[in-house]
Ligand binder design. Structure first.
Ligand SMILES: Cc1cc2nc3c(=O)[nH]c(=O)nc-3n(C[C@H](O)[C@H](O)[C@H](O)COP(=O)(O)OP(=O)(O)OC[C@H]3O[C@@H](n4cnc5c(N)ncnc54)[C@H](O)[C@@H]3O)c2cc1C
Length: 506
């Protein structure tokens, strides 16, 4: 039985371990932190339980498929609830809007804001869903190793449309459906989930609106970390070995083949296959010698990182009924905000930001009579902040929240933890302090995204948000399946139906 080492216990690493252990490999995960989860971690403080990163459970069918591959179901593994409403948006100079997740009702809301926008929303979502279904079938589950996949009639007959969507920015595309600024912002904001700006993201990503308006927004009770816990529980049942507090210093390579890893603490451990779930930039430029790097620094110098962020984990005294489980704040000058993040690389004076209130749905995340509030302010990649700057920015953005929503969080804080760009770098070895990894602009998406196999080291693979298909928890589950397909020699696109034992080739 071949032995596999996975570097990192993020979602991609954990998910890959399960599939490959089921396929018959001996799998060991080496993680530098004290526990699993990576960006999707959890911490407890002052009676509050915080998810460190993800809070939106989207693409439910991707989770369903992944758990089925392991012989189980989402229902057995997670206590999932659909959020109703899906989210609420506060605007700088306008009334707030609540998106229910019921398309008929949301179309009525759109109609009250702009005549004709109700029908436009339905059309937009229908087209988004077509693109989403096509992507699930042909693009997301593909290693792009077989050209015949793309000669499928589904694709050839839509080639013109797809090309148009790929070469138009989503901002220009959305204008064909709605002209009102608030509605445009609602259709464009999901680009932030992909680490990119609506002024730069291809209109192909309009598929994201099929998720919040049609598929639904969900939450696993017990916090998003329940996903990590279940992945580990399943891994244990398949015999995966977890080694925490074991940072990897180097991938040991001779004559183009990796023989194992060297730990920060000294020992070398042998393996037949190495899969790195650590940040891809870090893996390539720090864990490999120059001659074994397929993607050296000069490759990254031409890539674009998704934004960094200031994260605030707040325990709040009393209730905050003004906020839903998911609340978004959009500033009037939408473009100036994205320009500050991507072009001038300055901290935005006024920031579009996100607030999660898990205690809305899950009483276990806050002591009685309190709320669990997470604030995410996107900031430019690559910046560093001093402790004073972090403190000042925290006060600045909390004041902005007060001005835009009328909610004074600051005076009610009983627990406060901040996490900034420098933390992304030290905790996750993150390139450019990026919150999410390389952005999803067109030249870093699908066939153009950094592939998951080294070209220099025959038995070295990559999994997670830095490689195909990209950013987000469900995408990392797909990323894991793409590694299984590589090792099983499955070249066609689309999902696999089952995990079969892989012939031992090493
Ligand atoms: C603030 C925030 C909000 C987000 N919101 C959402 C959301 O709402 N919904 C959603 O679906 N996604 C969201 N995401 C994205 C999602 O969390 C990530 O895409 C996903 O968790 C990344 O997983 P990964 O497999 O790439 O690994 P990572 O989470 O990056 O984990 C990599 C692991 O490798 C370890 N490692 C690094 N270097 C070494 C080394 N040398 N030796 C050993 N181990 C090492 C790290 O400690 C880490 O545990 C969010 C992310 C963030 C940060």
């Amino acid at each position: 039985m071949s032995k596999i080492i996975i570097i990192g216990a993020g979602i991609g690493g954990l998910a890959t371990a399960n599939l490959l252990a089921k396929a018959g490999y001996e799998v060991h995960i080496y993680e530098k932190e004290a526990g699993p989860g990576g960006r999707a971690g959890q911490f407890k403080k002052d009676g509050f339980t915080f998810d460190t990163g993800p809070s939106w459970y989207l693409m439910p069918d991707v989770f369903a498929h992944y758990f089925e591959l392991l012989g189980t179901t989402v229902k057995k593994e997670l206590d999932l609830v659909q959020l109703k409403p899906a989210y609420k948006v506060f605007f700088e100079n306008n009334n707030d809007v609540t998106i229910t997740g019921d398309l008929e009702k949301d179309a009525e809301t759109f109609e009250t804001i702009e005549a004709g926008a109700g029908e436009s929303l339905k059309k937009y979502v229908e087209k988004s869903d077509e693109t989403y279904q096509l992507s699930l079938k042909h693009f997301l589950y593909s290693n792009f190793t077989s050209t015949t996949d793309f000669l499928h009639p589904d694709i050839t007959k839509r080639a013109g449309k797809m090309l148009a969507l790929a070469t138009t920015s989503i901002d220009s595309y959305v204008k064909r459906f709605v002209t009102n600024q608030q509605l445009k912002q609602i259709l464009e904001y999901p680009m932030v989930f992909l680490g990119t700006s609506p002024f730069n993201a291809p209109a192909l990503y309009s598929l994201m609106s099929a998720l919040d308006f049609k598929e639904g927004v969900f939450y696993p009770k017990g916090t998003m970390y329940a996903i990590v816990e279940q992945l580990v529980k399943l891994g244990e049942s398949f015999g995966v070995h977890y080694h925490y507090k074991k940072g990897v210093k180097r991938i040991v390579v001779s004559n183009g083949t990796a023989s194992g890893i060297e730990l920060e603490s000294g020992p070398k451990i042998e393996a037949d296959i190495i899969i790195s779930n650590a940040d891809l930039h870090f893996t390539e430029t720090k864990l490999l010698n120059a001659e074994n790097q397929t993607y050296p620094q000069k490759y990254w110098d031409k890539q674009e990182a998704s934004p960094s962020a200031l994260l605030l984990y707040l325990g709040i005294k009393g209730k905050v009924p003004e906020f839903e489980h998911h609340t978004l704040l959009f500033v009037e000058d939408w473009k100036a905000n994205f320009d500050a993040i991507y072009k001038t690389k300055t901290t935005p004076e006024k920031a579009s930001l996100y607030i999660s209130k898990t205690s809305h749905t899950d009483a276990s995340t806050a002591p009685k009579g309190h709320e669990n509030i997470f604030v995410l302010v996107p900031l430019p990649a690559g910046i560093t902040l001093t402790a004073k700057e972090t403190k000042d920015l925290t006060a600045h953005y909390l004041n902005q929240i007060k001005v835009m929503t009328g909610v004074d969080l600051e005076s009610r804080i009983v627990s406060k933890t901040s996490f900034g760009p420098d933390d992304f770098k030290t905790k996750y070895n993150s390139w450019q302090s990026s919150m999410l990894g390389p952005s999803h602009k067109l030249s870093q998406s699908a066939f153009f995204r950094t592939p998951n196999k080294s070209k220099k080291v025959t038995n070295l693979y990559y999994v997670g948000s830095g490689t195909v298909p990209g950013i987000g928890v469900p995408m990392c589950l797909i990323s894991a399946e793409l590694i299984y397909k590589r090792l099983a020699g499955i070249k066609r696109g689309g999902r696999v139906q089952s995990i079969e034992p892989i012939k031992d080739i090493f």
